[in-house]
Design a protein. Structure first.
Length: 202
């Protein structure tokens, strides 16, 4: 019988990413469900100062509300020339939550006169797993640079502006498989595999 694990997200891409990582690791016996698959509950606002605080709060809320082990992530982009901002404010950098185009426009404007060699950035993801006797938080980072214009129409968020270190195309030009193999969230989720395998009884 499968052990249900809640991912505190309605983003189908995030759910698919964790399913794929579990499959690649050969971990069976876990059924991933999202927020649309469980009764609604009050989700606390993301007020933490760090990705780790926000991820842990979301995972604790999900576990407390449903009784299911819960995985939650908080992620964003940290730009060197902006002292690590937008950081936890990434999704609402332009003032409107989730307006990717406005967020990208604002970030490009803020970096307008920053020379190429100082446009370093990294995507950051903190992932938390909370369940019976389990509370673990891990962090994954994906280094790169901010391009001068958006490229590609895949992905979401700041993907069109982000060119990974050693690459020549933006994160929005990678295939889903290529992105999952390298991304900050993939790197963080893989660190949770031992704990998830223990939940599955594998």
């Amino acid at each position: 019988m499968s052990r249900r694990v809640l991912v505190a997200s309605r983003n189908a891409k995030k759910l698919a990413e964790l399913r794929r990582i579990l499959d690649e690791a050969g971990i069976a016996g876990i059924e991933i469900v999202g927020l649309n698959d469980v009764p609604p509950y009050d989700e606390a606002p993301e007020t933490g100062a760090t990705f780790e605080e926000n991820a842990l709060a979301k995972a604790r809320d999900g576990f407390a509300a449903t009784g299911l082990p819960c995985v939650a992530d908080d992620s964003g982009i940290a730009v060197d020339a902006l002292n690590g901002m937008p950081g936890v404010l990434s999704a609402r950098w332009s003032g409107v939550h989730g307006d990717d185009e406005a967020n990208n426009r604002l970030l490009l404007a803020q970096l307008g006169d920053v020379p190429d060699e100082r446009r370093g950035a990294r995507f950051v993801s903190a992932c938390a797993l909370v369940g019976d006797g389990v509370e673990e938080v891990v962090r994954g980072e994906w280094p790169g640079v901010i391009n001068r214009k958006p490229l590609g129409d895949g992905g979401f968020g700041y993907d069109p502006l982000f060119v990974p270190d050693g690459g020549t195309v933006s994160a929005a030009e990678l295939t889903p498989a290529e992105k999952n193999a390298a991304s900050h969230r993939g790197r963080a989720l893989r660190q949770l595999l031992p704990a998830l395998a223990a939940l599955s009884g594998a």
